[in-house]
Design a protein around this ligand. Sequence first.
Ligand code: H2U
Ligand code: ZN
Length: 328
Amino acid sequence: MSSHRRFNPLTREWVLVSPGRDQRPWSGQVEKITAAAAQSYDPACYLCPGNSRAGGARNSAYTGTFVFDNDFAALRPEAGAGEPFEHELLQSQPERGICRVVCFSPRHDLTISRMSADAVRGVVDTWASQYTDLRARDFVRWVQIFENRGEMMGCSNPHPHGQIWATSELPNEAVKELAAFENRSTCVLCEYAALEARRRERIVCENTGFLALVPYWAVWPFEILVIARRHVADLESFGENERGDLAGIMLEITRRYDALFGTPFPYTMGLHQLARTKWHFHAHYYPPLLRSATVRKFMVGYEMLAMPQRDLTPETAAARLREIKPAI
Ligand code: H2U
Ligand code: ZN
């Protein structure tokens, strides 16, 4: 295969694919492997049950999931005055929001991949009730649920947790995707899911409710897109079974990721949902690892100045994730 560009119809951006370059020697930075946390309770962890956090608040003795307002919230719910208008080249807008932290488990030493199916289902239920609570606020237009996992992604605490930022404006990624859903007569993800289900070469795993695949236009080496099989907009429109299926596919994906390089796999993942008819629920997994537990993909140079580039083809990445036998 020769070098070519691939088009991302969700963002209308291109990615450069240069197959065959992935075997080149690497003498750059090597990441250190972070071992999984050893104890199920860490007295120094601000997320463990019963411990106190910055600012003095204390976590309850929770046994499932636990949600609290971020003590260092990037956004406040109160309306601010905003910046004064000076010049059209110095534009700003006030932004309001609510930032929360979601502990996935009382166990300090677990990751999603090592939790039980019931426990992961509990996380999905918590996300659903948080989504419903937050989107009901009069100023909230977007609810970003996400997980940033692993030191490589800048996450300092191994305790399994994620965050939710609910904002008064649509963030950049949402704006791009909304345009893709709105400016098309048929739903882009309904059509794409059907196409990939027929072709099969980029599918990683699937269940009744969801399809997990390395998208044709993937930027990150082992990027995964999770698509709901039904045209559902958000967690609120899920049926009982779909909640369980989302938990199931998340478990399957993270177990495969961990097995790939024999290391707790770092990633950023998040749900993209919006209560609109022209929106199709999906989730993105963006993991940085490239060819081992210690060699990551850097988005620098050409990527920062021109466009993203990848060496490993999405088809090869999908085949490797599909064929790997999850450890658990
Ligand atoms: P990350 O490690 O994924 O960044 O998430 C930890 C979040 O927890 C982070 O956003 C918050 C930080 O602001 N935090 C608290 O709310 N209270 C604390 O006592 C420490 C950290
Ligand atoms: Zn902990």
